[in-house]
Design a protein around this ligand. Structure first.
Ligand code: AMP
Length: 383
């Protein structure tokens, strides 16, 4: 670990990854006077458009990574699958947040679940599946279940619902017998997530709990504050804080949690700002992106308090493809709603299920924010 010294505005920060999370990180960093160098294999993506400079290279291109590391004073990531080894290399020279350790755990569902279990963090019943024999051995009480590839799955990809061992074996074969976890299907009441930040000095700040609704495995709506018992929210926040301490984590992290009755079960972590935290830009004193800049630069963390209720609507490429006139979503109608905040990520091509932007609706009451979000969905023809 490199010693932590606060980086003054004007310093260059490095961002591995060029997607929308990187773009919003760049915006926050620039607002605070920092410059951002993005490294991404695509030179024209959302973050590249906003960055002060870009290196177009693969995440495992050692020469490019060395050049990148020599030009910045600290590094963060916005993409799940930056190789942990790349972060390890950079961490020899400059503060690298998230750490390779945290990323390695988040990139592999087997490691993630074992980490939860070992640290007394509640997790649903699961079995690691690395061979057909593991399926034979699995406890029958796990079914109905979801088989998930251990690595490289996201937004419901690399997942199959299975009713029994025969279906599990079929799905495992479809996944080319790549290592998987078999999770008991949780009959959850709600899905929530908690954003938490930990500073270089160990201080932690946690945002209010958000409630998430998914459609086809992709986040559709985030509702804040979550409509759960405040005591459950407080427990969820405490779990998130315990988690970042156990990981010795520095930066912003999001943990997804199932709420089943009084039970909270951790699903997965994202070692970075998260789609379900975009509402923090308008609704909180400090956004998740500004907080990531603070943590990366070794500065005091900001106040995560919620200023207004918020509902975020994710905007997928389907909105363009289903628009009344080709390429003309009804932005004027959306922007006519007071308290609607449109974010578009600058992606050149609208494709089905591709995250193109989001709209955050803020209001003094959650009911009012929900009504605005419903209106946004109507105008954008989101089912
Ligand atoms: P994940 O990629 O693990 O976040 O899963 C995507 C979505 O699938 C989650 O947000 C849930 O809606 C659903 N899901 C995942 N795992 C489970 C589970 N064990 N039980 C019930 N639903 C799940």
């Amino acid at each position: 670990m490199v010693a932590s010294v606060a980086l003054a505005p004007g310093a260059w920060l490095g961002c591995l990854g060029g997607g929308q999370l990187g773009r919003m990180f760049v915006h926050a960093a620039q607002a605070m006077g920092y410059k951002v160098l993005v490294l991404d294999p695509d030179g024209s993506g959302p973050a590249a458009q906003a960055a002060d400079d870009i290196i177009v290279a693969a995440y495992d291109d050692e020469a490019a990574i060395a050049q990148f590391g020599s030009r910045v004073s600290a590094v963060t990531t916005e993409f799940e699958n930056v190789p942990a080894a790349t972060l390890e290399l950079l961490a020899k020279h400059i503060p690298t947040r998230p750490s390779a350790h945290a990323v390695r755990i988040a990139q592999d569902r087997r490691k993630e679940k074992r980490f939860f279990s070992e640290h007394g963090l509640p997790v649903g019943a699961f079995a690691v599946i690395e061979s057909d024999a593991d399926i034979d051995r699995a406890d029958s009480s796990l079914f109905p279940a979801i088989l998930k590839t251990a690595t490289l799955g996201y937004d419901g990809k690399g997942q199959a619902r299975v009713a029994n061992k025969v279906e599990a074996a079929e799905a495992f074969a479809r996944f080319a017998k790549t290592p998987c976890v078999l999770e008991k299907l949780v009959a959850f009441d709600r899905e929530i997530s908690v954003l938490v930040a930990r500073g270089a000095n160990g201080e932690t700040r946690v945002w209010p709990v958000q409630e998430n609704q998914h459609v086809n495995g992709i986040l559709d709506l985030t509702i804040v504050p979550a409509r759960i018992d405040p005591a459950l929210s407080a427990r969820a926040q405490a779990l998130a804080t315990k988690l970042v301490r156990a990981l010795d984590y520095v930066g912003v992290l999001c943990v997804e949690i199932f709420v089943a009755g009084e039970q909270l079960l951790l699903n997965e972590i994202a070692p970075r700002p998260h789609n379900s935290g975009h509402y923090t830009i308008e609704a909180c004193v400090t956004s998740q992106f500004a907080q990531q800049v603070r943590a990366l630069a070794g500065l005091p963390l900001g106040d995560p308090s919620l200023v207004q209720a918020a509902v975020m609507v994710n905007v997928l490429g389907d909105v363009w493809l289903d628009a009344a006139q080709v390429m003309q979503p009804a932005w004027a109608d959306v922007l006519a709603i007071d308290g609607s905040h449109v974010h578009l990520y600058g992606k050149a091509e609208a494709r089905r299920a591709r995250k193109m932007g989001h709209v955050t609706c803020t209001a003094t009451s959650l009911d009012a924010a929900l009504a605005k979000a419903e209106a946004v969905k109507r105008h954008l023809r989101i089912a």
